[in-house]
Design a protein around this ligand. Structure first.
Ligand code: LLP
Length: 448
């Protein structure tokens, strides 16, 4: 199988349907309006698996993993599983040579039972449960990222008498960045990490170094998500190298690793800004070399943790239209999913750019509001998007950039089961995660 040339990461320049596209590079539109992804017609997937259905382009995921490794040849790239995880995805990521960032015993166990090497896994979490920590130590995760002072003694006490656990410290560098206030984590005043500004981070370094069962490999920060500028990362490098220098001065210890987290922004709609990942890699490397030279420190190994930019653009959600309603103000097209499979519009006010698939319409385009089926006015997937005026119940709409933080955040609101995930590659498709049925929902309901 030959792969198409690498698409620039984050810019979503799908080759199939024109410049500025946000579709997977494999997307091709046929004359009669069929849309193929990974060589498979989306309407065929809708027919055989029902709707809503999430389609994941395996080559697009793999290509993005490879592009990251190429951009960061000296770094460890850890895929942030919270964006979306299933066993097949864990295997693709593993085969492409990435590590994994997990934040629960659930993500950890799923990955390890799928064959992911535990030493290539990092455990995060601002409030790790006893079960999370037990699983991490039992399975032997590579590193645990300490998020608060109380965790230091707790993790040390859980480590066996003749063992040492590698840990990192999550530092809050005092940098506000990210696409929405709810996903900005680099500044003080939010729940993650140890503040650089008020000295908590420096104090925690000393306490970890005092624990013989903990090996502090380095510092971590995660500034936020959907960041489209390189600059915040460069400021973070300088601030974290500053703390590394103070650690060397105070304790004579040179930390070997620096983890800059993820947060790399992608385009959801044509024309949206996106982070230039290759540029990020180049400029972070230069800032790291420069800051370390000024501080007289060896350059630490860099780690990055992209989630969204690996899997987001590789996913497409396919919905069926259930109802069309024209009011005095708007035309509403309602589909058979919505905020239960994709809570992002309701949470962050984001909007998508769906299109009609499966048939070609000759009708004029009109401004349309695409809404879900759930019982809230905020269940809106797209606002003012051009769709043919003859869109009717039974039609299919495909929504691009659906691979990240949709199914992983899905609920069963209104007792609507969660959709299946179908992988496409080289003209073939296979079911990765089956649809959640009414029987599944009923089976959990054990009271009377
Ligand atoms: N590392 C850490 C420690 C994180 O907390 C996160 C994301 C990542 C890496 C990966 O960030 P990414 O590259 O995917 O932006 N639900 C929100 C996004 C929440 C991000 C949470 N942490 C959304 O749908 O936009």
């Amino acid at each position: 199988m030959t792969l198409a040339p690498l698409p620039p990461l984050g810019t979503g320049t799908g080759t199939g349907i024109g410049p500025g596209s946000v579709w997977p590079a494999s997307a091709v539109e046929e004359p009669h309006g069929r849309l193929l992804v990974g060589g498979v017609a989306l309407d065929e997937i809708a027919e055989s698996h029902g709707t809503p259905v999430y389609v994941l382009d395996e080559d697009e995921v793999r290509r993005r993993c490879r592009a990251y490794r190429k951009a960061f040849p000296e770094a460890e790239v850890h895929y942030a599983a919270k964006a979306f995880l299933c066993r097949a995805l864990a295997r693709w990521v593993e085969e492409e040579g990435l590590g994994l960032d997990v934040c629960s015993a659930g993500e950890l166990e799923l990955a390890v039972t799928a064959g992911f090497p535990p030493e290539r896994i990092l455990l995060h979490g601002n409030a790790k449960s006893p079960q999370d920590l037990r699983a991490a130590l039992r399975l032997g995760v590579g590193r645990i990222v300490i998020d608060g002072p109380a965790e230091i003694a707790r993790i040390a006490a859980a480590v066996g008498p003749h063992e040492r656990q590698r840990v990192m410290l999550r530092v809050t560098p005092g940098i506000g960045a990210g696409g929405h206030p709810k996903v900005r984590t680099g500044d003080d005043g939010q729940k993650f990490g140890l503040s650089l500004r008020d000295g908590h981070a420096q104090h925690a370094v000393a306490r970890v170094l005092d624990q013989p069962r903990l090996e502090l490999t380095g510092l971590h920060c995660h500034l936020g998500s959907q960041i489209t500028e390189v600059k915040p990362y460069l400021v973070a490098v300088r601030r974290l190298v500053g703390l590394m220098a103070r650690t060397r001065d105070a304790h004579g210890v040179v930390l070997r690793e620096l983890d800059l987290g993820g947060g790399h922004g992608i385009a959801y709609r044509p024309g949206d800004p996106a982070l230039d990942v290759a540029g990020l890699a180049r400029r972070v490397r230069a800032a790291l070399v420069d800051s370390c030279a000024s501080a007289g420190l060896p350059v630490p190994r860099l780690l990055v943790e992209p989630g969204r930019a690996v899997v987001g653009p590789a996913g497409v959600a396919v919905y069926r239209v259930l109802a069309v309603k024209a009011t005095a103000e708007r035309v509403f097209v309602a589909v058979d999913g919505g905020m239960s499979d994709n809570p992002r519009p309701a949470l962050y006010g984001v909007r998508y750019a769906p299109r009609l698939i499966g048939r070609r319409s000759g009708a004029d385009q009109r401004r349309t509001t695409v809404v879900g089926r759930h019982c809230e006015a905020g269940d809106v997937l797209a606002e003012g998007v051009p769709l043919p005026a003859d869109v009717r119940p039974g039609d299919l709409l495909a929504l691009p950039v659906a691979g990240a933080y949709q199914l992983s955040m899905a609920s069963t609101y209104n007792l609507v089961g969660r959709p299946p995930v179908v992988a496409v590659a080289a003209g073939g498709s296979r079911l990765l995660v089956r649809r959640e049925t009414l029987a599944d929902l009923r089976a959990r309901d054990v009271g009377r």
